[in-house]
Design a protein around this ligand. Structure first.
Ligand SMILES: [Zn+2]
Ligand SMILES: [Zn+2]
Length: 603
């Protein structure tokens, strides 16, 4: 963690527990006192005390406290710092920060294997953490979409470049039919560059040329072109959908549910959730989640208020009453608890958890016979299975109803989308009309439609030029004089197929011409392949494999150069991204090498 963050974090923890527990924040105040005095022994003792308090509350992860201790340990030295790091690990045993810290320390001390193991564990914990995983998954979209955009650009640009000579030739022939010979070149140039003459930008020109090139493709090529076209159209709306989702933080309700599932304490999230009470307070699920979170932080007073409101707003749900009973029992009021459990059983007579907790309450009032009766009922109803997944063998704690993602869903349904949005929790609104007028999808949409119409019209009314299979010269039925071969131009037919009619010198000149042309083509393709992976394959006509090469190379390069340093390092400041960056760059280099080798082979 960065040095300047430490006072911020420490300050936050001092202020935030106003809404949270007295006990957790009191314990933390003692820990801080020991830190400030530089007393390792006292730090150890106060830390253990806080852990005991957390254990009584059922808290398994004290994430913000562990972070503060770790950063203290990292910026100081000596026995206090060592104790702080050791405590940090016990405060949050599933903390990726601590694992990454150990990895770095062990690596720098030369125990590489253990360093690597801790590093892998850090990643494992990071991906296991609900909010980190959410952020990482959301960050994949712009990274992958950017790589996809790169691959599409490689496909579109080089596929278009391949057929420029054919395009120009057909434009020229058409001009020759309509105008004089000298004006035909001008006509062809205007036709090819039409979007520029119409005052439209380079994106329109690219879309235009791409659409015109479809006439020269075989069936497989046309299918690929259609897929590429649709992807280009979808790219910007997809990215906008992502922005709409990702620019919203997870929101306190979702974080609260995640914390309840992980038994994690974080007073600042509790404060945020409590602040939403005015907007979301009509929802029973909100009251339940808020109550459970208050209870987790040891604030039974606020918890009781939330559970009472929940019990009033849904008259069929037994859970708020079970919670109320548990709070009463913890508060040393077993007869009050018995009443709440009985009320819960009126709402749901087959509730095993209510019977189980009721037996605990009877135990406390020494009514052991009734306690045994209730326990047996709970066993029968639960069919011998644990009543909650968090139930431990031999635990003497009463059971709390487990709240989960379905309660978050219910909370949203109960308040309605409008209120949910006004609480700043909904996804950003997207205007479909606005997305459609983005320049790139719009240019490709209209030029693409034109390309489809044109390809159909040309099949019926117009010829299509091809490049000579031998020398590459473009010809069409309009200008071809010899008919002996479909694949060769007139010149090649006379030089190579009707050898007797042509002088040896002329044959030699043609062969030399072809050799030079091939040399240039090879050079161009090889340079393109070096600079833009996948380009060489697209120029060879294998554009599916070329675009796949381009996509994966771009993916790993962008991952190493942007995603890891800019995103992951910001998400988890303790992490060193260099090992993964090296792997990513290595994979990208291998992909690039493969693509170059394929393109450098002679055809
Ligand atoms: Zn030829
Ligand atoms: Zn022609």
């Amino acid at each position: 963690m960065k040095r300047w963050l430490i006072p911020l974090v420490l300050g936050l923890l001092l202020v935030a527990p106003a809404a949270g527990s007295a006990t957790l924040s009191e314990g933390w105040a003692h820990v801080q006192e020991a830190l400030e005095n530089g007393d390792a022994g006292a730090l150890n003792d106060t830390g253990r005390e806080l852990l005991t308090v957390a254990g009584d509350l059922g808290v398994k992860r004290l994430t913000p406290y562990a972070r503060a201790l770790l950063s203290w340990g990292e910026t100081n030295s000596g026995p206090v710092a060592e104790t702080a790091v050791r405590l940090a690990e016990r405060f949050d045993p599933r903390s990726p920060e601590v694992a990454f810290h150990h990895a770095r320390v062990r690596w720098s001390h030369g125990s590489y294997l253990r360093g690597i193991r801790d590093y892998a564990r850090g990643w494992f914990l990071l991906l296991g953490d609900w909010s980190a995983r959410r952020e990482i998954l959301l960050s994949l979209a712009p990274w992958w979409l950017l790589a996809l955009a790169g691959a599409l650009a490689v496909g579109v640009v080089w596929q278009t470049a391949r057929f420029l000579p054919e395009l120009f030739h057909d434009g020229w022939e058409l001009g020759r039919l309509l105008f004089s010979r000298s004006n035909a070149v001008v006509f062809a140039a205007v036709l090819v560059l039409l979007p520029i003459f119409a005052g439209l930008g380079p994106v329109w020109l690219l879309g235009w040329l791409f659409a015109l090139s479809w006439s020269y493709l075989d069936v497989g090529g046309r299918i690929t072109a259609a897929v590429v076209w649709l992807l280009v159209l979808a790219l910007i709306p997809l990215n906008a959908v992502w922005i709409g989702r990702a620019l919203r933080p997870a929101g306190a309700p979702a974080q609260a549910v995640a914390m309840l599932l992980e038994d994690r304490a974080d007073p600042s999230v509790l404060q945020e959730l409590a602040d939403l009470g005015e907007v979301l307070g009509s929802s029973e699920s909100y009251r339940l989640v808020a109550g459970a979170l208050f209870r987790l932080h040891g604030d039974d007073l606020s918890a009781r208020v939330e559970f009472q409101k929940a019990a009033l707003s849904d008259e069929n749900d037994p859970r708020p009453l079970i919670f109320l009973g548990n709070v009463a029992l913890d508060d040393g009021n077993p007869s009050g608890a018995i009443q709440f459990y009985r009320q819960a059983l009126q709402r749901d007579p087959r509730n095993a958890m209510a019977y189980y907790n009721l037996s605990r309450a009877y135990d406390r009032t020494y009514r052991f016979e009734e306690a045994d009766q209730m326990r047996r009922k709970a066993e029968v109803l639960s069919d011998g299975r644990p009543i909650t997944s968090g139930q431990h063998e031999g635990s003497t704690r009463v059971l709390d109803p487990v709240l989960g993602w379905s309660d978050l869903k219910r909370m949203r349904a109960e308040v309605g989308p409008q209120t949910w949005k006004s609480a700043g929790l909904g996804p950003a609104a997207l205007d479909p009309a606005e997305l459609a007028v983005q320049p790139i999808p719009m240019a490709f949409f209209f030029t693409g439609l034109f390309g489809i119409v044109l390809a159909l019209a040309r099949r019926r009314w117009m010829w299509t030029s091809t490049a000579c299979a031998r020398c590459g010269k473009v010809f069409c039925p309009q200008c071809k004089t010899a008919t002996e071969s479909d694949a060769y131009c007139s010149q090649c037919i006379s030089v190579f197929l009707k050898r007797d009619a042509v002088a040896i010198e002329q044959q030699a000149i043609k062969v030399e011409q072809i050799r030079r042309r091939e040399a240039w083509e090879n050079l161009g393709r090889r340079v393109a392949a070096l600079v833009m992976p996948g380009s060489g394959e697209v120029l060879l006509g294998r554009w599916k494999s070329g675009m796949l090469s381009a996509f994966f190379t771009a993916l790993f390069v962008l991952g190493a150069a942007l995603w890891l340093p800019a995103f992951v390092a910001a998400l988890e400041p303790e992490i060193s991204t260099i090992p993964v960056q090296i792997v990513f760059f290595g994979v990208a280099a291998l992909l690039w090498l493969r693509s170059v080798m394929v393109s450098w082979k002679r055809r």
